[in-house]
Design a protein around this ligand. Structure first.
Ligand SMILES: [Zn+2]
Length: 298
């Protein structure tokens, strides 16, 4: 192809021959231009579509705020559970007869006004969580104290002679001053008599350790049991003794049988309770056994 360019000013004309390679070069240049322009456009569009740095921060903050709100809800739940635990502790303490120190009340300053819910800050939540953790630890310690208190009480009760030493019996002479059945004189009766046929089983009134099991003159065959803290019980006039000193006894364990040994006018059990050697009225202890109230009096 030939192109003739005419210059009016110079009044000249110039002929150019356009070869296929020129056309090829022009096409290549055009394609390169199109690619460059579309690339730039894509980059610009992508840049526009990409969220601004500010938007990223906002989304992050929203996420954190949502999490804080969730945490705050959990903290509220914990608080409610702690309150429940508190009232449970009160009830248990009441049942166990254990004095309970009122938990330190959270003093709240007088405030008021419209409620504008605001998500708590992370540090506020952390403080509240620390406080709750400390309170839960305190409650745990308290519950442990209740447990050992209850256990102690149970042990103590088992060590107190409250179980009837003979199941099938009639009440004979009570504790106190009476006319002695042999001498006919007024004398102190330091125990309770249970009238029962010879051979009736005699049982330990509480847990303890056998202190003596031997012939004791007027008391005949006698067993003495130590229950600790100065408390002892005596079982006298026994026909048969089936324990030895040092033996451990549980409440209700058989220790022998009713007899008529020693200074006695008939088969009966003479039962004593002593505190540091001082005779006590056994009725005070035995009345805790329902069977005691149902015993017939002679
Ligand atoms: Zn007696």
């Amino acid at each position: 192809m030939q192109v003739i360019l005419v210059s009016r000013r110079m009044k000249t004309a110039k002929a150019y021959t356009i070869m296929p390679r020129h056309l090829l070069a022009a096409a290549a240049l055009f394609v390169a231009l199109v690619v460059a322009v579309s690339g730039a456009a894509t980059w610009t569009m992508r840049a526009a579509a990409r969220p601004a740095a500010d938007t990223v921060v906002d989304a992050g903050e929203r996420h954190v705020a949502n999490n804080l709100q969730l945490l705050a809800a959990h903290v509220g739940e914990l608080r409610a559970r702690l309150l429940h635990l508190d009232s449970l502790g009160d009830r248990i303490a009441g049942l166990a007869g254990i004095g309970r120190q009122a938990p330190a009340a959270t003093v709240q300053a007088g405030m008021g006004g419209a409620l504008i819910p605001v998500a708590p800050s992370a540090s506020e939540l952390q403080r509240e969580l620390d406080r709750l953790a400390a309170e839960i630890e305190a409650r745990t310690d308290e519950m442990k104290a209740f447990e050992s208190g209850l256990l102690e009480r149970r042990v103590r009760e088992r060590l107190v002679p409250t179980a009837l030493p003979v199941r099938e019996a009639e009440l004979g002479s009570p504790f106190g001053i009476r006319t002695d059945p042999i001498a006919g004189l007024r004398a102190q009766h330091e125990g309770i008599d249970f009238n029962a046929p010879s051979g009736t089983p005699v049982l330990a009134a509480a847990d303890g350790v056998v202190q003596a099991a031997s012939w004791q003159g007027d008391f005949g065959n006698m067993v003495e049991v130590d229950h600790g803290e100065g408390l002892t019980t005596r079982y006298a006039h026994l026909q048969r003794v089936q324990v030895r000193p040092g033996m451990l006894l549980k409440r209700g364990d058989p220790i022998g049988s009713v007899g008529n040994t020693g200074r006695s006018t008939g088969s009966h059990l003479h039962f004593e309770v002593r505190v540091f050697g001082v005779p006590q009225n056994p009725a005070r202890f035995l009345k805790q056994d329902d069977a005691y109230a149902q015993l017939k009096r002679r």
